[in-house]
Design a protein around this ligand. Structure first.
Ligand SMILES: Nc1ncnc2c1ncn2[C@@H]1O[C@H](COP(=O)(O)OP(=O)(O)OP(=O)(O)O)[C@@H](O)[C@H]1O
Ligand SMILES: [Mg+2]
Length: 247
């Protein structure tokens, strides 16, 4: 479903990825782990074609996103959703308008229909009563749930989450984890979650990738991770300041 094929991505003198490859099979739920600044958010933006690599290709469902026409990219994005690291809601739109943004934008859907979609998805994340509020009226956890409601409103085939539980209390974290697992079951979507939260990973993911220094230094089933002798995995799980990933 998603194939990252030997990409190099730099910003000025900083190389984030160098000859980086990763294959993500259809229907899997992948956790992407790595130290801050290793390029996890950049990876998600590359998959959606928001950023492009200088070398190599990114394939999503048979489309080479870094070479695709705007028209093909738009079509591909209709079936891909992202929950951004900071939720990225539109401050000037009400919560329900944020959730139905993709439909409101097209103008071919009635307001009644857009409202119905938004209310249905908001109910599902437990926020129906907040539909007429603005994002600034919500807590961080509520904003994340609105972002998830917006992401699922388009029946995605691919869904990308960028640190959906960072900064949330343990109960809200588990609620978000349950939502992600439910979305995965309901839409059979190929899912990727960037997370620092190992409990979330054990709970919802089936594969894990650890990124370091422009490369993938571990890729494998989550169930193998606790017993892995890979030194990168060992350092990451223990949070050691000594190890191949440095301090
Ligand atoms: N648009 C941009 N212009 C210049 N540099 C960028 C841009 N986007 C990302 N970077 C750089 O790329 C590197 C990787 O950034 P990225 O946001 O992907 O890190 P991350 O792994 O998501 O970190 P965190 O865990 O802190 O969110 C960083 O050094 C960042 O400064
Ligand atoms: Mg990030």
């Amino acid at each position: 479903m998603i194939k990252i094929d030997k990409i190099t991505k730099s910003f000025g003198a900083k190389t984030v990825y160098s000859d980086f490859s990763l294959d993500i099979p259809t229907g899997s739920f992948l956790a992407v782990l790595g130290r801050s600044g290793t390029g996890k958010s950049v990876l998600l933006k590359n998959i959606l074609g928001i950023l492009n690599p200088e070398i190599g290709d990114i394939w999503v469902n048979g489309l080479c996103v870094n070479r695709a026409s705007q028209n093909d990219l738009d079509k591909m994005r209709e079936k891909c959703s992202i929950v951004f690291q900071g939720s990225a809601l539109f401050d000037s739109l009400k919560v329900w308008e944020n959730v139905s943004f993709a439909f409101l934008q097209k103008k071919s859907y009635s307001e009644k229909y857009c409202r119905e979609i938004a209310y249905r998805n908001l109910k599902w994340v437990g926020l129906e009563s907040s539909a007429e509020l603005y994002p600034s009226d919500l807590s961080g956890g509520m904003r994340k749930r609105v972002a998830i409601a917006r992401a699922v409103s388009v029946n995605p085939k691919i869904i990308l989450y960028d640190e959906p539980t960072t900064g949330l209390d343990p109960i809200t974290t588990n609620m978000i984890n349950d939502l992600m697992a439910e979305v995965h079951d309901k839409f059979k979507a190929t899912s990727i979650v960037v997370t620092h939260d190992l409990e979330s990973m054990y709970r919802v993911c089936d594969e894990a990738a650890i990124l370091y220094n422009g490369k993938c230094v571990f890729y494998g089933p989550v169930k193998n991770i606790k017993t892995s002798k890979n030194p990168y995995v060992e350092q990451f799980l223990k949070g050691d300041t000594d190890g191949p990933m440095g301090r």
